[in-house]
Design a protein around this ligand. Structure first.
Ligand code: NAD
Length: 500
């Protein structure tokens, strides 16, 4: 399908795609597909004020009714799945199946949030005083600013927005400046949904700010933005955390990963091989959960690594909109240059590189396609401690499980991890307090491709935030402890006597 047709199907007129100052290129072939208008800092202030006003009424709409709005959003996303999925592919370069998968994640979290809207439970707590009742209530928190990265241009917004909306919070989205069109397409969908929902959805409930990081900074600076949920690089997260700490605002940080797989001697190597390839080269290695470090037991190293190198050599690299492609382009030339630089450093640290380099795709010469690389490393050297957002898989050997876990945990990031093993003791040990230090730890499943039902996020430099399933909703609400005295006495806690 031609690019223009994808844009039209996603709801863009020709006029909406021209005349602005933000140039949008597709990584598919490097061509310019739009030049759109951006928001100013004054617009950011206006949106923040509108959201503040919207909060006053939205927090009073019963949560199950708020869930109904999110149900309608899920329905609209179902209708738009193909159009939006194709636009995701066009704008960020992931293969179409993954573009569809990203929209499916949006639909799934909407379904989850609808159920959640009837389950925002607090506790009842035993009071030490006679004639007293204690409980915990959860109340809406205020405006939630959502800052997102280019590699998942739409799903992380929805993990946050679906929950924030049922929790009673308006949402302002600052998408990546590299993927503004998908955000605009989603905002259009939301506008239709809020219009259909009617007057209970106040103006300013769901808004989007298009532009550079200064708009994200406007959100972090404003005391009228109660929560900032930020997805992106570690340096971005550190800047956001610093700004938010000035006003002691709440943050949910979802930052970089440097994810490892341990392959134990008892592993099912067929399964491991498939999991390694998908996790390491899927989305061209541009997932926060991409597999970057493979820690393989010495006894099976020679049975696994040559097969892996062979599988890499046959990978279909190509146009992500074309059927059959499994590896699409990197987002831009800078990403390709960062990949080359990391491979050069790996070689100076003793690495043996298989693959790598630019992949030239017919008629897409201006795009940044790369051959995924496997690098056999003598030990876990400095380059393996950094996240290079590209399809590079470093491989090291281990002899002893404790040493493998030590290597797995040695890096500054703590997002996702896994072990391939059929030994129950070994896999339970990996999941124990002495095992992986990551927010996500899997057995016989690669590190990428999390389901929305679980809490998603990681430790250390990954930021410590949790989004999506489990009780992540609590991040979007404020907890209130209530004590009610229904007796005719006024006993004090801790037995204190204070007679007047
Ligand atoms: P990035 O940090 O360059 O940008 C992310 C967003 O932050 C953009 O919208 C940008 O405009 C904004 N931003 C940058 N500096 C800011 C500041 N000081 N204040 C407010 N906003 C600011 O990230 P990217 O290159 O788009 O994405 C790749 C990175 O994101 C990788 O490190 C990847 O691991 C990470 N990521 C993490 C997760 C996760 O859930 N843990 C998910 C996706 C991506």
């Amino acid at each position: 399908m031609p690019h223009s047709q994808i844009l039209t199907a996603a709801g863009f007129s020709k006029d909406a795609l021209t005349g602005g100052s933000l140039s949008v290129k597709t990584p598919v072939d490097g061509s310019k597909i739009a030049c759109i208008a951006t928001h100013s800092l004054a617009d950011a202030e206006t949106q923040i004020a509108k959201a503040k006003a919207a909060f006053k009424s939205w927090r009073l709409v019963p949560a199950p009714r708020r869930g109904e709005l999110v149900r309608l959003l899920g329905e609209e996303l179902r209708r738009e799945k193909e159009n939006l999925g194709r636009l995701v592919t066009l704008e960020c370069g992931k293969i179409y199946q993954e573009g569809l998968g990203e929209v499916q994640e949006m639909i799934d979290i909407c379904d989850f949030a609808v159920g959640l809207s009837r389950q925002l439970y607090g506790l009842t707590i035993a009071s030490e005083r006679p004639g007293h009742a204690m409980r915990e209530s959860w109340h809406p928190m205020g405006t939630c600013g959502v800052i997102t990265a280019f590699n998942f241009p739409v799903a992380p917004w929805c993990w946050n927005a679906a929950l924030a909306l049922v929790c009673g919070d308006p949402v302002i989205w600052k998408p990546s400046e590299k993927t503004p069109l998908t955000a605009l397409a989603v905002q259009k969908i939301c506008d239709r949904v809020t219009a259909a929902f009617g007057a209970e959805a106040p103006e300013g409930l769901i808004q989007t700010l298009i532009g550079e990081r200064d708009l994200g900074e406007a959100l972090t600076a404003s005391k009228d933005v109660a929560i900032i949920s930020a997805t992106g690089s570690v340096p971005m997260g550190k800047a956001v955390a610093q700004d938010m700490s000035q006003r002691l605002g709440r943050t949910i940080l979802e930052l970089g990963g440097n994810n490892a797989m341990i392959v134990a001697p008892s592993a099912d190597l067929e399964m491991a091989l498939r999991a390694i390839v998908f996790s390491a080269v899927g989305t061209a290695g541009q997932r926060c959960t991409s597999l970057r470090r493979l820690i393989v037991h010495a006894d099976i190293y020679d049975a696994l690594i040559p097969r892996l190198i062979k599988a890499y050599a046959g990978l279909p690299i190509g146009d992500p909109l074309a059927e059959g492609s499994l590896v699409g382009p990197l987002i831009d030339d800078l990403a390709l240059a960062a990949m080359d630089k990391a491979l050069t450093q790996a070689q100076t640290e003793g690495g043996v590189v298989h693959g790598g380099g630019q992949a030239l795709i017919d008629s897409h010469a201006a795009a940044a396609y790369a051959h995924p690389a496997i690098v056999e490393m003598p030990s876990q050297s400095p380059i393996m401690h950094t996240e290079t957002f590209a399809p590079i898989l470093y491989v090291v050997k281990y002899d002893d499980l404790d040493h493998a876990i030590e290597m797995q945990n040695e890096v500054p990031q703590g997002l996702s991890s896994c072990i391939f093993s059929t030994d129950l003791r070994e896999s339970e040990y990996f999941l124990s307090a002495a095992g992986s230090d990551c927010g996500i730890a899997n057995v016989n499943i690669g590190p990428s491709g999390a389901e929305i039902g679980g809490a998603f996020g990681g430790e250390k430099e990954t930021g410590g935030g949790r989004e999506s399933g489990s009780d992540a909703w609590k991040g979007y609400m404020r907890r209130q402890t209530n004590t009610v005295n229904y007796s005719r006495e006024l006993p004090l806690a801790q037995g204190i006597k204070f007679d007047i």
